[in-house]
Design a binder for this molecule. Structure first.
Ligand code: NDP
Length: 451
């Protein structure tokens, strides 16, 4: 069966979902991708039809949209729009990050929340799924303005949260600094310290070792497992990474620790190409300490390093590519350029960074492809470890937490592989991720009844 045939099999369900989500192309793209996989598995799961599980699981439990008023440094009142999509609580409390970026819409948050449903199920850690954010642009705003925005955002959102209800974390534009201001406001409004209500906290106030590094480290552990299936390793590999935020920087750190040379990373304005390998300390100083632009990396002292204005890293020669910036950042032509240049593996640190055309090109060319919902699950998995520590008033060492993260990522990889094997498509991690994740949520949905 070709992908379009299998979608045809589920056409009536797909049409109903499309009608309900008109004007939400990102959400529909994720649904289509999942339906393509579910159609392959459907003959083995007649109960999915019997209990209307596809319709039930593709429908969010709750979508919240709210006004976020705040005052800028000139005393002018600004208004943004906030969102939280509580997609599924079948497996546990809603869990997923908050994104502050001007491009955020209900469509963005819905697609991310639906991806999160399957991702969280794949971790095996009893997590429901949600996602949220606002169309607020933190760039160029003072610390005081970002703090006031966070406080106003939480003033509305707090009534929907709780350590056993809904537990947000960070995402684009939301790091430890913003989590601190959100947590502070939650604590002030509720009058209690409920550590498990947010993850990604600082180490001194309920955070976990490795949470900051988790998505990047987990991505590289997943890539290692993928390459091991092909009797290859990252040692000596040439890699490119997109983005220069949380996920990108920790991906670069772990790749370098494992003996890879990372020759490129980027931001929304262009790409750093450093053929001798990126200097991570310098990058961290620019991006994390000074909150500067990636272009500041390149100056006379940087040897052969160059700044490629407006370019992405996908046209550079590499063995492995790690898109770690944002959705739809790697297109069909980019995939074909990577293939021509000999890429062996593409693993997604970002959510849905490869377009459908790109995924098709990579898979057809036999490139090992790690879909984000599996490959970047380390972030949410370590959030679950943070919740465990909060619940037990405990604090584990870096080594203990990192070991747990690696075990979780090996487990996610194994579940994807096994599901793909069972369906006669060995190595198809996208199929495996969609089916293994869905199957877990489906079982819980049946067990809990029509709620
Ligand atoms: P950050 O805000 O720390 O960094 C985002 C990076 O992506 C920046 O370098 C930014 O560049 C770049 N970027 C953002 N938007 C665009 C765009 N439209 N075009 C090109 N580049 C862009 O975010 P994170 O590192 O936390 O998140 C990155 C990705 O990883 C997202 O897809 C997120 O959903 C996903 N993810 C994050 C997790 C986490 O734990 N943080 C967990 C799982 C997935 P610039 O500064 O120029 O905007």
């Amino acid at each position: 069966m070709t992908p379009s045939d299998v979608t045809a099999d589920l056409r009536p369900i797909r049409d109903r979902i499309a009608r309900r989500n008109a004007g939400h192309p990102a959400c529909l793209r994720v649904v289509d991708e999942v339906l393509d996989s579910l159609a392959v598995a459907l003959p083995h799961h007649p109960d999915w039809r019997e209990h209307h599980l596809i319709e039930r699981i593709c429908e969010p439990e709750r979508q919240l949209i709210f006004r976020v008023p705040w005052t800028d440094d000139d005393g002018v009142v600004q208004v943004n729009r906030g969102f939280r999509v509580q997609f599924s609580s079948a497996l546990g409390p809603y869990k997923g990050g908050l994104r502050f970026h001007p491009s955020v819409t209900l469509d963005t948050v819905s697609f991310l929340a639906f991806e999160q449903v399957l991702k969280n199920a794949l971790t095996g850690m009893a997590l429901g799924a949600g996602k949220g954010g606002a169309d607020f642009d933190p760039k160029g705003r003072s610390e005081a303005e970002v703090m006031r925005f966070c406080q106003s955002f939480m003033t509305e959102l707090h009534r929907h949260l709780g350590a056993s209800t809904d537990v947000p974390a960070g995402d684009i534009g939301v790091g430890e600094r913003e989590i601190g201001w959100l947590f502070g406001q939650y604590k002030r409004i509720t009058g209690r310290t409920e550590s498990g209500v947010l993850t990604g906290k600082g180490l001194d106030w309920g955070g976990s070792h490795v949470r900051k590094e988790a998505t990047g480290f987990g991505l590289v552990y997943f890539a290692e497992a993928m390459l091991a299936e092909r009797d290859r390793s990252l040692d000596g590999a040439t890699c490119v990474v997109s983005g220069s935020g949380n996920v990108a920087l920790h991906t670069i750190a772990k790749l370098q620790a494992l003996g890879a040379t990372v020759v490129a990373c980027s931001d929304s304005r262009g790409t750093i190409h450093d053929p001798d390998g990126l200097d991570l300390d310098r990058l961290v100083e620019i991006k994390e300490v000074r909150r500067g632009r990636a272009s500041e990396y390149v100056d006379a002292s940087r040897g052969r390093a160059e700044w490629l204005e407006g370019a992405t890293p996908w046209h550079l020669r590499c063995d492995a590519a790690f898109p770690c910036a944002t959705q739809n950042e790697l297109h069909g032509d980019d995939a074909r350029a990577l293939i021509e240049n000999g890429v062996v593996l593409v693993a997604e640190g970002a959510n849905m960074p490869c377009t459908a055309d790109a995924v098709r090109a990579l898979v057809e060319a036999g490139v090992a492809y790690g879909p984000g919902k599996a490959a970047n699950a380390g972030g949410v998995a370590t959030s679950a470890l943070e919740m465990q520590q909060n619940a037990g008033r405990d604090a584990w060492s870096f080594e203990t937490t990192d070991r747990r993260l690696r075990e979780v990522m090996d487990g996610v990889h194994r579940r994807c592989l096994e599901a793909a094997d069972e369906l006669g498509r060995p190595g198809d991690l996208l199929l495996g991720a969609n089916v293994a994740g869905f199957r877990t949520v489906a079982r819980a949905t049946v067990a809990l009844g029509a709620v």
